[in-house]
Design a protein around this ligand. Structure first.
Ligand code: PAF
Length: 278
């Protein structure tokens, strides 16, 4: 696996591949790799001929009071894992390469970016949508792979690719979980022993909400119950537990449409998010 750090070098490599007729898969990451990321590389390798991964901790998606400086960084370890999965090319730019002096353009996906995660992290999707648009345009892959753990992010990216006419298939891959149900996340590293024991309650709780809504229970009531259960389990703040339309993330109006239960809650220093289908 070669590592390139500039857009020019990336484009040169990819145009050579294109000349051979190969299809290209893109797996964007911020590093801190876990099995969830590796499953995206496996999915890309199964669906396209050549896989480009990216490693870039995107400052634009962190608010000033968030964990940009603490975010897990271990490039040597990540490189080994990328190689072991058979990644063909790694793009690992620095901040100046992605946001050169004078860079002012941002991509704002209205509506979808402003609810749920967007209410608690108002600039988050602006940063994600901007960097993912750039990566898609830099690589122009046939398909790009994102985890369903960040379900709202996946929908935002689908929307922007469609609205900006970027010719790419956005593929969502199932959430990878620990044996106890905890969704894998780079931020799980922030959890101490006690918090690790409490963390799987998030998945167990939203699963219970999804099951009872499927059986006809009132979604709002069940979401309120979930907040108290998480608080009792030691979560210090529950940002939201919500049952929403699986495509629009608007409140569910029509119970015959697919729905999703989504939640975000703080355990110590870690803000955990998770979601399940109803
Ligand atoms: O999900 C992530 O790791 C990031 O939000 C992404 C998609 C790589 C953009 O920085």
């Amino acid at each position: 696996m070669d590592t390139v750090r500039t857009v020019d070098a990336l484009r040169t490599r990819i145009s050579k591949w294109r000349g051979t007729g190969a299809t290209v898969g893109l797996v964007p990451t911020m590093g801190g790799l876990h099995d969830g990321h590796l499953s995206l590389i496996r999915a890309a390798k199964g669906q396209t001929d050549l896989t480009v991964a990216t490693l870039f901790v995107n400052p634009a998606q962190f608010a000033l009071d968030e964990d940009l400086n603490a975010y897990p960084r271990d490039e040597a370890r990540d490189l080994e894992l990328f190689v072991a999965e058979g990644t063909d090319l790694l793009f690992a730019p620095d901040v100046e390469e992605m946001y050169p002096v004078g860079h002012t353009t941002e991509v704002h996906v209205q509506g979808l970016s402003q609810i749920l995660e967007g209410e608690f992290r108002p600039r988050f999707f602006l940063g994600v949508a901007t960097v993912v648009s750039k990566l898609l345009l830099q690589v122009l892959p046939d398909a790009a792979f994102f985890g369903e753990k960040d379900y709202q992010q996946l929908l935002v990216i689908r929307r922007l690719a469609c609205d900006l006419n970027i010719p790419v298939e956005i593929v969502g891959a199932p959430t990878k979980r620990e044996a106890n149900g905890l969704a894998m996340s780079s931020r799980n590293q922030y959890l101490n022993e006690r918090e690790r024991r409490a963390a799987p309650t998030l998945y167990a709780t939203i699963n219970q909400v999804a099951e009872s809504v499927r059986d006809g229970a009132d979604a709002d009531k069940r979401c309120r119950w979930a907040v108290s259960r998480l608080t009792e389990a030691g979560f210090r703040q529950v940002d939201y537990v919500a049952c929403r339309d699986a495509e629009t993330l608007e409140p569910v109006e029509d119970s015959s449409r697919p729905a999703r239960v989504l939640a975000a809650a703080w355990l110590g220093k870690a803000r955990l998010i998770d979601n399940v289908a109803v």
